[in-house]
Design a protein around this ligand. Structure first.
Ligand code: VGL
Ligand code: ZN
Length: 196
């Protein structure tokens, strides 16, 4: 069974959002168009509590973009984004979200970030995504969403490690930092992830 996983297509990552990605909205038409081709459609949502460790606002004296150590892990500090139940955490209205079969929430623990849709950044807690896919006999996954060098990258790395045939649809992703994203795509390729 083939699945489509849509990563973090949420208002805060789109133009006008608190962590807006330039042209982040340009991938939505394509995503809507390809949804029909899949037996299962899963979306991940970045889903942070207000006191989340990734927010610069929770580190007095620090700024957005600074890197701090949290339990020995590097943590980049972001603006507040995708706060649980906020408008910024919603799917955009022009995404065909009614076609989504399952939503996986990540970054819900205030003390640790989660770029991957499978595990938190310390690989301590599973989100349940892997189990959901296995129970539904999914063996092959195509990925779209935001953003290439963070959540897409770490999700597909875990995807291949979990044994799923994994492909990234290049017209369905978007980047924050072009240099970092080029590196990310190279790393994906070297790990056996197909780039379409
Ligand atoms: C993401 C930064 C912080 C992402 C999530 O979805 O790529 N990036 N939280
Ligand atoms: Zn986040």
């Amino acid at each position: 069974m083939k699945a489509l996983i849509i990563i973090d297509v949420q208002n805060d990552f789109l133009p006008g959002g608190s962590l807006e990605v330039k042209d982040g909205d340009k991938i939505i038409t394509l995503i809507n168009k390809i949804m029909d081709n899949y037996g299962h459609i899963i979306a991940t949502k970045d889903w942070h509590p207000l006191n989340h460790v990734s927010f610069a606002s929770n580190h007095p004296g620090k700024n957005i973009g600074d890197v701090v150590k949290v339990n020995n892990l590097d943590q980049i500090l972001w603006p507040e984004h995708c706060i649980q139940k906020s408008k910024g955490s919603d799917f955009p209205l022009n995404l065909d979200f009614k076609a989504i079969n399952k939503i996986i929430y990540k970054g819900t623990n205030s003390q640790i970030d989660s770029y991957s849709g499978f595990y938190d950044n310390g690989k301590i807690r599973s989100t349940g995504l892997s189990n959901y896919l296995k129970v539904n006999n999914v063996t092959s996954i195509d990925y779209v969403g935001l953003v290439t060098e963070y959540c897409v990258k770490f999700t597909v790395f875990d995807s291949i490690e979990e044994g799923f045939k994994s492909r990234v649809i290049l017209k369905g992703i978007q980047v924050i930092n072009l240099e970092e994203s080029k590196k990310a795509l190279k790393e994906m390729k070297s790990k056996g992830i197909d780039l379409l």
